[in-house]
Design a protein around this ligand. Structure first.
Ligand code: TRP
Length: 331
């Protein structure tokens, strides 16, 4: 039996080059080895961004991007969170065994309280319970998450253990973070430090136009240039070389490294080349995103099929949970 992997995708924000070459490459490889569920977390976005004008639009965008990037709906199950009616039921039931104290101590909750004191709603407090329900509704073995989600996954295990102990069952698994076998590709930003990210404001997005990409790359942080042969490479320049490693031909990178080593490099040329190579990488995927985005029949078919598969799995879990908890119908 294949192990089950579940991944929740934020419904706000577009994919950038770092996501595409990093996490998404792994998702598309993973889908053949595991029983994968990918869902777009639209309920979660309501805890901070309730906006009827953009909610569906965001889901639509993210869906097109993930499909275009290579998630195969015939292989993996891709669905929208709000298409799973069993999920809010499990969320309600898990809430009965989640303590206010532990929820208030969650780092992400404390952070939101600090930043948005005017909107500390119950959905925000129970965000980890909804996330646990997402994971436990399919009794997932593994969850690929970034560091910032470790505590939420820890709480999911706590809720699962508590449920099992309380009812004397071995029902929910203790879902583990999915450890990458390979080193994860990390794409740096173009602002001289750190990695590419949405919140860092240094991202090149899959829906950026060629012109926008050129502008961003030309503004990349460099330095005043090497003056002696084989001088050490500053972080900004190293970041350009690193991105080149993933988007450019090997001899292009070798050529500029050689020029750097012998001090003849011109950063303007380096950036021009990088911009064109990023465009070569992004343009086909951008076209695919666009085509999928506008193919409403395809999206309807994919999301209906995903919802049906996810519901079948969720139904098994929720009927067992009802049974364990003693919820029974008269009819
Ligand atoms: N909280 C996750 C994030 O912000 C998104 C998410 C929601 C999720 N439910 C999940 C991730 C379940 C993994 C599993 O990125």
């Amino acid at each position: 039996m294949k192990k089950t992997v579940l991944s929740g995708i934020r419904s706000t924000g577009n994919l950038h080059l770092g996501n595409y070459l990093g996490a998404l490459k792994n998702f598309t490889e993973m889908q053949y080895d595991y029983n994968c569920y990918f869902f777009i977390a639209d309920y979660h976005s309501l805890t901070t961004h309730p906006d009827p004008k953009t909610l569906h639009l965001n889901v639509h965008n993210v869906l097109a991007e993930y499909l275009a990037a290579g998630i195969d709906p015939e292989v993996a199950t891709i669905y929208v969170q709000s298409d799973l009616p069993q999920l809010p039921e499990l969320y309600l039931l898990l809430n009965m065994h989640a303590y206010i104290g532990e929820l208030e101590r969650t780092a992400s909750f404390k952070d939101k309280v600090r930043k948005h004191a005017e909107n500390v709603n119950a959905g925000l407090l129970t965000y980890p319970v909804l996330m646990a329900a997402d994971i436990l509704i399919h009794r997932a073995d593994y969850v690929p998450v970034g560091k910032d989600q470790d505590q939420h996954l820890e709480m999911t295990r706590k809720f699962a253990r508590r449920f099992n102990n309380l009812y004397g069952v071995e029902f929910f698994p203790e879902s583990q973070p999915f450890e990458e076998k390979k080193e994860m590709v990390k794409i740096p930003g173009l602002d001289g430090t750190g990695k590419m990210g949405k919140s860092e404001g240094n991202g090149i997005f899959l829906n950026d136009s060629d012109e926008a990409i050129r502008k961003k790359v030309m503004k990349a942080v460099t330095d005043s240039g090497p003056t002696v042969p084989d001088s050490p490479v500053s972080e900004g320049v190293q970041n350009i070389f690193t991105i080149m490693k993933y988007v450019s031909a090997p001899d292009t990178l070798a050529f500029f490294r050689e020029q750097y080593a012998n001090c003849s490099i011109r950063y303007g040329d380096l950036k021009k080349q990088l911009a064109e190579d990023i465009i070569q990488t992004i343009a086909p995927i951008r076209e695919r995103i666009n085509a999928i985005y506008h193919d409403e029949a395809y999206l309807a078919r994919v999301t209906r099929q995903g919802a049906e598969r996810a519901q079948a799995s969720a139904e098994k879990t929720i009927s067992a949970v009802r049974d364990i908890m003693g919820i029974r119908r008269f009819y």
